[in-house]
Ligand binder design. Sequence first.
Ligand SMILES: [Mn+2]
Length: 334
Amino acid sequence: MNESLQKLKEILATSKKTVIVTHPNPDGDAFGSTLAWKLFLEKMGTYACIVSPTNYTKNFKWLPAYDSILSFEDESQRAIAEKHIAAAEVIYCLDFNAITRLDKLSPAIQQAKAIKVMIDHHQSPEDFAAITFSDTNYAATCELIYDIICGLGEEAKIDEAIAQNLYTGLTTDTGFFAFSNTTANVHKVAGGLLNKGVSPEYIQDKVFNIFREERLRYYGYCFLNKLHVCHEGKVAYMSVNREEAKRFHLQPGDNESLVNFPFKVEGVMVSVLFTEEQDKVKISFRSKGKIDVNAFARKHFEGGGHVNAAGGKSLLSLADTETKFLQEVKTLFA
Ligand SMILES: [Mn+2]
């Protein structure tokens, strides 16, 4: 990390125009890390433009600087993003580790002349960046960003706005310090952020208590009608089709956290959510303990992520995707 920090220091001292990109459908850690890094860069005298590959949830609209994020899926914003990408001296890649993960944004980033810097905590990073900060011991990219800023000797630049963003990613990726990735360093970083003025009560209220009434009723509908428990009570899954998404007026991000609820059932070790999209089925995998859904998603569903939380996709129909999953699921317990 020291050598990378030294190189980063040099880049920070010379670059004025930068772009920050993150993975499609950004989550709390993607928002928190990109927004915090942007605000930090600006304090260092560098302009940073954040580009999301896709349209994104409004669930995090309360985060400082949220309104500055461009969506590459939105035609008018894409034109602006392309200009920034072409002009950028540095492109920071946060909370993902393979350019192909950027979907329609991949070619633009691949072809950009800018120096690339990766800051990430997922498994199996690709070797595309000039500087790579990649460590799976970190629970969140936000946690790594905090250590990088401190490693640069710039801790004093972390203000309340930056701290709020970092705390949001730290808490969402650890399930508010409940998942197995919660380490002593996670709590140390959390403590550092509290010292910067973060209110844990405020953040947790903003993260958890922002459902529309219809979204809560949709969750209830899923638990009542869509939840299947199989494999001797160890596996739970739900499938949502496009008609249902329409009926409940689902918005981007509305399915976020739904996949975590089946763990309320004692004995459930694996939870999976299938959501039918226009051109594919999106899959979210969650597991407990040593059950590796990252390897499973990589092998069978063109995805990946972490041991206990991964994503994937399928080009089969919803029903055929379910069938394929049920055929392979036993390998998770082998
Ligand atoms: Mn993350």
